[in-house]
Design a protein around this ligand. Structure first.
Ligand SMILES: [Ca+2]
Ligand SMILES: [Ca+2]
Ligand SMILES: [Ca+2]
Ligand SMILES: [Ca+2]
Length: 252
């Protein structure tokens, strides 16, 4: 009975063995591939075998990925920035392990798409929201005092540097200020003063958007009231940079 039971099993084993032997001879594969490739499996292979393989088809051999570049031999785009490991190393010179080689907020793939230099942190020139200062007006007046002009010139320098940028000016007055005279409302006068100052310094009007915003003293934070019972922080023009690029950069 025992012999009868074992016979078919032995036949199957023998048959499988012969089949595996034939398959292995025919494809010249040294070891059976696991259903899903893993690094653990790859590093059991010899250097020669790894040099002949490119498991992820990115143009780099498994050997080079594992032992030279430190990239993932099972992922054609290790850092996920849209550029293949091969292209980063041999075409663009970018870091295949860093999503943003220049550290300027745009990924390497985005920079290639925009035609900017992925290795130059100053390309494309960029203005962050906090790079532009809010400037404040004296009570009832549309002309800036000297210290505030320095802030304005700082903003002009930023806009000159990043010439693709437009800017939104949000111009506010305090409710206690005189709202209008022969030259228009105080908001209009402030808008005129600022745009004139900007265009005199090379920032043309077509780069400027304006929003006039009346604000009440109720928006005032404590300690911001002056001797006119008017709110210093509200009498202002805020400069909001408008990103001209198709991507919003991400800063760590
Ligand atoms: Ca590869
Ligand atoms: Ca790869
Ligand atoms: Ca990449
Ligand atoms: Ca990269």
């Amino acid at each position: 009975m025992k012999i009868h039971l074992w016979k078919p099993v032995t036949s199957i084993l023998l048959f499988s063995g012969v089949f595996l032997l034939i398959a292995s001879c025919a494809t010249n594969e040294p070891a059976p591939e696991p259903e899903e490739l893993t690094i653990e499996f790859l590093i059991t292979l010899s250097d020669e075998e790894l040099m002949e393989r490119d498991s992820d088809g990115d143009g780099l051999s498994d050997y080079d990925e594992i032992y030279i570049y430190g990239t993932d031999p099972l992922n054609p785009d290790t850092d996920g920035d849209g550029l293949s490991d091969y292209d980063e190393i041999f075409l663009y010179g970018t870091d295949p392990l860093k999503i943003d080689s220049a550290g300027n907020g745009f990924t390497d793939g985005q920079e290639i798409e925009m035609g900017t230099d992925p290795l130059d942190p100053e390309d494309p020139p960029f203005i962050k929201k906090e790079d532009l200062h809010t400037v404040h007006f004296p009570f009832g007046n549309s002309a800036l005092e000297e210290g505030e002009k320095d802030s304005l010139i700082h903003n002009i320098n930023k806009l000159t540097y990043a010439e693709e940028f437009r800017v939104l000016l949000i111009i506010s007055s305090d409710e206690n200020e005189e709202t209008a005279n022969a030259n228009g409302t105080i908001l209009e006068q402030r808008a005129q003063y600022i745009t004139h100052f900007l265009s005199e310094n090379g920032i043309e009007e077509n780069r400027i958007d304006i929003e006039l915003k009346s604000a009440g003293s109720s928006d005032c934070t404590a300690g911001d009231l002056d001797e006119h019972n008017s709110c210093i922080s509200i009498r202002s023009v805020a400069f909001i940079p408008i990103n001209p690029y198709p991507f919003d950069p991400h800063f760590d």
